[in-house]
Design a protein around this ligand. Structure first.
Ligand code: SAM
Length: 278
């Protein structure tokens, strides 16, 4: 029976196309053993049972075909919480924590607020905001019913009370006013070559691709959100690092004030924020 360190070394070699072969192998082995990564470091000479080796090889074979780790393990961490993910939803990205951080700055703790997350996917934004701001009323939409089921499951796990709507952006949201409209919408142009590489190949296209050079959904949201925002309310949208000027122009065109763009430490996707002034 093979030892943990030998299994990991050989698995990492077989994942040469991954950007993080050893980490991938470790995460998959942890999934099989039901242990944290520290266990692998503490017991490198432990021998695997036959059934553990077989289960690991099954997961490894999936990874060798390129299937993202999060779809194989069925989960991904976001804002220190573990979220269930399936191939029906975008894999949560650490960049989206920037949007959550800005949202939390706008919503004081212990005060009521009304928030809507458009295109909720696995529910990371809505669930995190509801958990961090328990006095807020949180709604979330997606037009994918399969995605909404994943988000509802995550909302239940973290005991958050979120109203979910299957809706094309605001179309089927009951008339109401919000203090915060947040969205990480699709924003990749259809001809972007990254769509044919890495994890993106396996993620739902409707979560990634937007018409109009990636700006179509951002425009649709900015246009309609102003009717749903209360005076003083804010719209926050995540977008690509190279879309800042276009997104700012869209916000200004639809009458948002104090338009600013922020980026997280990775410097990759950005968040543009605008507000409805009295
Ligand atoms: C980039 S993903 C973001 C998912 C999640 N909010 C996150 O940050 O991980 C965009 C989401 O918008 C949803 N979506 C795309 N077009 C939509 C539309 N017209 N109306 C509602 N949701 C839409 C997709 O199904 C997908 O779940």
């Amino acid at each position: 029976m093979p030892r943990i360190n030998a299994v990991l070394t050989s698995a990492a070699k077989s994942l040469a196309n991954s950007e993080s072969p050893l980490l991938d192998a470790e995460v998959l082995l942890c999934k099989v053993l039901g242990k944290p990564r520290s266990y692998l470091r503490a017991w490198p000479d432990k021998r695997l049972e036959t059934d553990e080796t077989a289960a690991f090889e099954t997961l490894l074979a999936k990874r060798q075909t390129g299937i993202p780790i999060a779809y194989i393990t069925g989960s991904r961490e976001f804002w220190s919480r573990n979220f269930t993910v399936t191939p029906d939803v975008l894999i949560p990205r650490p960049d989206t924590e920037c949007l959550v951080e800005l949202s939390l700055q706008l919503i004081p703790a212990n005060q009521p607020a009304r928030i809507i997350d458009l295109g909720t996917g696995s529910g990371i934004i809505a669930v995190t905001l509801a958990a961090e701001r328990p006095h807020a009323e949180v709604c979330a939409t997606d037009f994918s019913l399969a995605a909404l089921h994943v988000a509802q499951y995550n909302a239940r796990i973290y005991q958050t009370d979120i109203s979910f709507y299957q809706s094309n952006w605001f179309v089927d949201v009951p008339a109401s006013k919000f203090d915060l409209v947040v969205s990480n919408p699709p924003y990749i142009p259809a001809d972007d070559e990254h769509l044919r590489a890495g994890d993106l190949r396996f993620e739902p296209q409707q979560a990634l691709v937007a018409a109009g050079q990636g700006l179509g959904d951002i425009k649709a949201i900015a246009e309609s959100a102003r009717y749903y925002l209360d005076t003083g309310g804010h719209l926050l949208i995540e977008h690509g690092y190279n879309q800042e000027h276009h997104v700012q122009a869209i916000f200004k065109h639809y009458g948002y004030h104090r338009v600013q763009t922020y980026q997280d430490l990775s410097g990759q996707p950005r968040v543009t924020l605008g507000c409805i002034s009295p």
